[in-house]
Ligand binder design. Structure first.
Ligand code: GAR
Length: 200
């Protein structure tokens, strides 16, 4: 059996990107396997979807922790305890501390609904429309201490069409998110696995 990278997915909500990753990783030749899903929010619909797909899914309710450090200690413990080697943020709406990012350096990916470095932060579809942009899209990038600023792995562009509102634009972008996140995960996982092999 070929070794595959043990991957965890962090979510906060619906988890459609998580589902796209789980589906892609269902292929036996995919370089990553999704072994754990964690949510900071117990009601996240994605937890139900993950379990239905046969993936262990747990909530770490951030409200139960007095401070971010305690929440992140639990998060790190769950990831490390499950032998996770790569983490995918998929609609995870909590900002990670520089300390946690450093601990997982080069091993956390995020998907962001804009063409980074444009439109970092929240409400990207509304802002793309308000600014009259003709083009919008999504980006998979490595997570760095600075928000939405780490090295870019993949991007997809979509047109902003006349008559678009935030919902129609978001769904056009989301379609591309589901396409590029599995491609980016596969590429990063392959690279990490290749780096393990001694040169001959
Ligand atoms: C996605 O559009 C993702 O790009 C965005 O949240 C949505 C989650 O949807 N992430 C961010 O805005 C992160 N800053 P999903 O739960 O259905 O994957």
């Amino acid at each position: 059996m070929t070794r595959r990278l043990r991957t965890g997915v962090l979510i906060s909500g619906r988890g459609s990107n998580m589902s796209a990753l789980i589906e892609a990783a269902g292929r036996p030749d995919f370089a990553a396997e999704i072994v754990l899903v964690l949510s900071d929010w117990p009601d996240a619909a994605g937890l139900v979807a993950a379990r239905a797909a046969g993936v262990t899914a747990k909530a770490i309710d951030y409200r139960c922790f007095s401070a971010r450090e305690a929440f992140e200690t639990e998060l790190h413990g769950q990831l490390a305890g499950a032998g996770i080697e790569l983490v995918c943020l998929a609609g995870f709406m909590r900002i990670l501390s520089p300390k946690l990012v450093e601990r997982w350096s080069g091993r956390i990916l995020n998907i962001h609904p804009s063409l980074l470095p444009e439109l970092r932060g929240l409400h990207t579809h509304e802002r793309a429309l308000a600014e009259g942009r003709r083009e919008h899209g999504c980006t998979v990038h490595f997570v760095s201490a600075e928000l939405d600023a780490g090295p870019i792995v993949a991007q997809a562009r979509v047109p902003v069409l006349p008559g678009d509102d935030a919902d129609t634009l978001a769904s056009r972008v989301l379609h591309e998110e589901h396409r590029i996140y599995p491609l980016a995960l596969e590429a990063v996982a392959r690279k990490l696995l290749a780096a393990e092999r001694p040169a001959i």
